[in-house]
Design a protein around this ligand. Structure first.
Ligand code: PMT
Length: 408
């Protein structure tokens, strides 16, 4: 499944040195199934060849409002019509000023003025031009009109100066576009989980060794928090049971903070009877220290070794699976190899309805990153592989799979 299938995106390129990077963005959007229509200012065509953009996207590049051809109406109106997103990459100080002033004197600015879709820009310019109050005021005006503006990075600029003004890395821009596209195209006000009580676990557990040390893992909580966020936005009554993370609890979500696996088990079991759906995204420690010290353990003599006796923690998901009544259970599997085999094993052993497998050997998936690539295995035999995407979008995929099975 291509993640931007049927999405129409207007990529507006203005004339800065970073314009050539728009080609990478155009290529990435196209590869992911979007129809990408590029519109260039005259200056942009000096920095990036329209032929490159046309070859990458498969669509003619618009540089002139007055082109005609079979099927062509008024170019800037047709470009803007039905667009899912308009992105100005890069946005120069000049184009920002023109857009803020509502000027429409070329194909790009006319298209912007005619657009009714979500709007994004990534400014890039010399530091002094960026910091100039005129530019800052213009950006403020555009933010007030709902533009999503990605601040430029700090670094060495084409003019040789060092400071803020550099176009952010293409990958970072792509992530922003993806968030916007998925938010823009999600059915507005979708409430398909209304009336459902959803319990989500997130983050690591910490298992104390002594008052200052613990055993834990690399879970940041991002995946579980994303699931809780989207479940609440889709109308569910959400309880988030979280191990220690650096994240803020999402709005509209009941929140219980725990530390150890045993505390997480207690918090989950206390609420389980009333739940419709439980989604266990937490990375629960499999073992805890048998006898945590009540004082800080000191190094003794020249002893070079220390032994900790570990006890197996209760398997919360398995316990829930065995006590299951009306609850729909979703487990996760973080694997570095044999993903499918282990995921299917856990699905069966833990009596889960869905098992979300993520390959945590990838640098861009699993622990402590903003993206994930998931495969969902279902007890009803379903199996679906999803593209690498943001954790929020992955959360929606998971909730889609849940909603499709509980709302029948
Ligand atoms: O938090 P992030 O940085 O965003 O990273 C996300 C994640 C990688 C932690 C998440 O996507 C994920 O895969 N979570 C499950 C990690 C894990 O512990 O997998 P597991 O294979 O060890 O456990 C399988 C399932 O049993 C999980 O649903 C787990 O919550 C549950 N479990 C495990 C052990 C235990 N004692 N009790 C449990 O309930």
């Amino acid at each position: 499944m291509e993640k931007f299938a049927n999405k129409k995106i207007v990529l507006a390129v203005s004339g800065g040195i970073a314009a050539y990077k728009a080609a990478d963005v155009a290529s990435w959007l196209t590869k992911n199934g979007a129809q990408v229509h590029c519109v260039l200012t005259k200056a942009a065509a000096e920095f990036v060849s329209p032929l490159v953009l046309q070859s990458l996207t498969g669509y003619p590049v618009v540089q002139d409002e007055f082109v005609t051809g079979p099927g062509w109406g008024i170019v800037h109106i047709e470009l803007a019509a039905g667009a899912d997103l308009l992105a100005v990459i890069p946005a120069t100080a000049n184009i920002i000023a023109k857009i803020a002033a509502g000027i429409a004197d070329d194909a790009l600015t006319s298209t912007v003025l005619a657009a009714t879709c979500p709007l994004f820009m990534a400014p890039a310019m010399n530091t002094h031009m960026y910091e100039n109050p005129a530019t800052q005021q213009n950006l403020q005006i555009l933010r007030g009109r709902g533009w999503q503006i990605m601040p430029p990075d700090n670094g060495r600029l084409a003019c040789g100066a060092v400071g803020q003004g550099k176009l952010p890395a293409v990958e970072a821009i792509e992530l922003e576009l993806e968030q916007l596209l998925l938010a823009a195209t999600a059915e507005p006000g979708r409430r398909d989980l209304a009336g459902k009580r959803v319990l989500v676990t997130a983050g690591p557990t910490t298992e104390p060794i002594d008052p200052v040390r613990y055993i834990s893992n690399r879970s940041s909580g991002k995946m579980g928090y994303a699931v809780a966020t989207r479940a609440a936005e889709r109308g569910a009554e959400v309880l988030l049971v979280s191990g220690p993370t650096a994240l803020q609890p999402p709005d509209g979500v009941r929140f219980v903070q725990v530390e150890s696996a045993c505390q997480m088990r207690e918090a989950v079991l206390a609420e389980y009877a009333a739940c419709d759906v439980v989604i266990m995204a937490a990375a629960v420690a499999d073992y805890r220290v048998a006898e945590p010290a009540d004082h800080k353990i000191k190094k003794t003599g020249d002893n070079q070794e220390m032994t900790l006796r570990l006890l197996r923690n209760p398997d919360i998901l398995q316990e829930l699976g065995e006590a299951k009544q009306q609850q729909f259970l979703v487990g996760f599997a973080a694997e570095t190899h044999n993903l499918e085999e282990y995921a299917k094993g856990k699905l069966a052993a833990k009596h889960a309805d869905l098992l979300v497998a993520n390959d945590v050997s990838r640098a861009d998936a699993g622990f402590d990153v903003d993206t994930n690539q998931i495969i969902i295995f279902a007890a009803d035999g379903g199996r679906q592989t999803y593209p690498l995407t943001t954790k929020l979008a992955a959360a929606d995929y998971i909730l889609d799979a849940v909603a499709a099975r509980i709302n029948i």
